[in-house]
Design a protein around this ligand. Structure first.
Ligand SMILES: C[S@@+](CC[C@H](N)C(=O)[O-])C[C@H]1O[C@@H](n2cnc3c(N)ncnc32)[C@H](O)[C@@H]1O
Length: 219
């Protein structure tokens, strides 16, 4: 039986194996990530960057290639521990903190990165998330998000159905066999446009086969 623990427990347990998602041997998938890296280096140029729910620091590292400084936060000290093993191109400060209770002064950062999180956010909590991530953003700053697009039919077989709010729930198994049920929502380009435009100006929205990404500003 799956352990119906929280998403925080799931990622704590997955910290050591998480980054494998970036190294699957699928050329088109690789190309989309490589293009996203180029994009992030460009928008991070000389900026103060906050990487939220940074995980193992994949995007922290990419941003650090061109940013002036990066603060990277995650609720999981296990993830932060993995991220600290990387070498960075600019000064990087790590902070263990909850996405919904960030310890930063308002209007502190030029760019906020939120990688592979929106899909896990329960639909009924979007306003709370958006309030939280807009608070530390400078008035003309940007938010960049990236996340998965819906996999092909066969790969969806791990869905265990929708909850009462319409959140898709998936069964995930770690290498040691431990099982978790987590929220994983997928969005069409139109759904993203509708959802994001309620709280942000959409500067760019890229919706491809494997991933979508969005560059946003406060309204
Ligand atoms: C899908 S991973 C994304 C990691 C990284 N952003 C990336 O793009 O590779 C989700 C991350 O969110 C973190 N997380 C889960 N709940 C959180 C919360 N309430 N506050 C901060 N981080 C959280 C997990 O520990 C995990 O590292």
């Amino acid at each position: 039986m799956p352990k119906n623990k929280s998403i925080v427990d799931y990622y704590r347990a997955r910290a050591g194996e998480y980054e494998q998602i970036y190294y699957r041997e699928v050329p088109d998938r690789r190309k989309e990530i490589d293009d996203a890296c180029t994009y992030v280096r460009k928008i991070s140029q000389k900026k103060t960057v906050l990487d939220l729910a940074c995980g193992t620091g994949y995007w922290t590292k990419v941003a650090s290639d061109s940013a002036s400084c990066v603060v990277a936060t995650d609720i999981s000290s296990e993830m932060i521990g993995e991220a600290k093993n990387k070498k960075y191109g600019c000064p990087v400060k790590f902070v263990v903190s909850d996405l919904y209770h960030l310890p930063f002064a308002p209007k502190s950062f030029d760019l906020i990165i939120l990688g592979f999180w929106l899909s896990h956010e329960p639909r009924q909590n979007y306003d709370n998330l958006f309030d939280s991530i807009l608070d530390p953003l400078k008035p003309n700053g940007h938010i960049w998000m990236i996340d998965n697009n819906s996999p092909a039919e066969g790969a969806q077989s791990d869905s265990v159905g929708l909850d009462e709010f319409g959140n898709n729930r998936k069964l995930r198994q770690l290498q040691n066999g431990d099982e978790f049920i987590i929220v994983k929502n997928y969005f069409s380009k139109e759904e993203l446009q509708n959802l994001l435009s309620k709280r942000f100006k959409i500067a760019d929205l890229i919706h491809q086969k494997y991933y979508w990404s969005a560059l946003l500003q406060s309204q």
